[in-house]
Design a protein around this ligand. Structure first.
Ligand code: PDD
Length: 285
C-alpha cells in the first residue's frame, strides 16, 4: 500500500481526494518541495524546509506547520515506507475557496499533501557516459526563485528536451545560461567550478548549495558568477544538479561533445565527495 499524507491524515493514495475548488487545481496557486530520503533519513531537511518557508512567504501563505511539525509529518511517512531511497514530494496550496477568483480569499485553510516515490538508482551508463542536454530559450516568469507548482513552462521545456532525446534543457536568457528545466547548472572552466549566482531567475537548489559546500570544505576552487551561453560550448565540464538526480555530467550539448565527450575529472571527484556525504548521513544514528 502506498500511503500519503493529506491534511493531517495518512491514507492510501487511491483514497486521497482534493476538492475541484482547490486553488492548486484551478490556479496553480501553491508551492512544493522535493526532499530525498536515504535509508529512512531525510537529506538536507532543514535546507528544504527553509526554502519551503521562503516560497510560502513569497506568495503570502502562512506556513501551516512549524519546523518541528513538518519534521514529524515527513519522518513518519518516510518511516512507514521503509529503508529504500525515496523522494518525498510535499505540496502546499492556498486551499479550497468558495469560488474561483484570482484574488486571495479571506479565510482559507492551506491544503497540505505529501507523498513518497522511489528514487531509481542512477543508471551506470549515465555515470560512465554522461547525459545529453540541449539549450532552449528560457520562457519562464520572473520569480523562478519560488518553488511554485505552476510549472507549465518547465513542463514544455523538459518535454522539448525529451523529444530531442536529451536528459535536460539548459535555459538561456539574454545570452546567459541560468539552470536546467528541473536542475541547477555548473560548469568547470580553467580548473574552477562555476555556477550562476542566486537571483529571481533561478531556483536556489539545495543540491547546488551542497556542491558549493563540498567544494569549499575540500579546497576545490569555485565561483558564483553569471555563465554566458558561449562559455557552455567551451567548458571543460558541465554538470546538472538536483535532489533526485544528484550531480549529472553533461557530455553532449546541442549535438556537440563537451570537451572529450566523457565525464570529467572534477565531476568524478565531486560525485565521490557527494556519495561520501550521503553515506555519512545514512550511518548516523
Ligand atoms: N526540481 N532548478 C529547478 C527549476 C528545479 O525544478 C530543481 C529541482 C532544481 C534543483 O533543486 P534541488 O537541488 O533543491 O532539488 C533547480 C525538483 C527535483 C522537481 O521539480 O522535481
Amino acid at each position: 500500500m502506498n500511503s500519503v499524507y493529506l491534511n493531517g491524515k495518512t491514507l492510501p493514495i487511491e483514497e486521497a481526494c482534493v476538492s475541484v475548488l482547490d486553488r492548486g487545481f484551478l490556479l496553480g496557486d501553491g508551492v512544493y518541495e522535493v526532499i530525498p530520503a536515504y535509508a529512512g533519513k531525510l537529506f538536507r531537511l532543514d535546507q528544504h524546509l527553509e526554502r519551503l518557508n521562503n516560497s510560502l512567504g513569497a506568495i503570502g501563505i502562512i506556513n501551516p506547520h512549524t519546523h518541528g511539525e513538518w519534521k514529524t509529518i515527513l519522518q513518519k511517512l518516510v518511516t512507514e515506507h521503509g529503508t529504500d531511497d525515496y523522494s518525498v514530494y510535499l505540496q502546499v496550496t492556498r486551499g479550497v475557496a468558495a469560488k474561483r477568483d484570482h484574488v486571495f480569499p479571506e479565510e482559507v485553510i492551506p491544503t497540505v499533501f505529501v507523498m513518497c516515490n522511489p528514487i531509481p538508482p542512477v543508471d551506470d551508463t549515465i555515470l560512465q557516459y554522461g547525459v545529453t542536454a540541449i539549450t532552449l530559450d528560457d520562457i519562464r516568469w520572473k520569480r523562478c526563485d519560488i518553488k511554485a507548482i505552476t510549472l507549465l513552462a518547465n513542463v514544455i521545456l523538459k518535454q522539448e528536451a525529451h523529444d530531442a532525446d536529451a536528459a535536460e534543457a539548459i535555459l538561456i536568457k539574454d545570452g546567459m545560461a541560468l539552470e536546467g528545466a528541473a536542475s541547477n547548472l555548473f560548469i568547470v572552466m580553467k580548473g574552477k567550478i562555476i555556477t550562476p549566482p542566486k537571483s529571481n531567475q533561478l531556483l536556489p537548489g539545495v543540491t547546488r548549495d551542497l556542491v558549493l559546500e563540498l567544494a569549499e570544505v575540500n579546497g576545490i576552487p569555485f565561483k558564483e558568477r553569471p555563465v554566458m551561453k558561449q562559455e557552455l560550448l567551451n567548458a571543460q565540464e558541465i554538470w546538472l544538479t538536483s535532489s533526485t538526480r544528484e550531480i549529472l555530467p553533461v557530455t553532449k550539448l546541442d549535438n556537440e561533445r563537451v570537451n572529450d565527450g566523457k565525464p570529467g575529472a572534477f565531476w568524478i571527484n565531486m560525485i565521490d565527495l557527494y556519495r561520501q556525504y550521503k553515506q555519512q548521513l545514512k550511518e548516523m544514528a
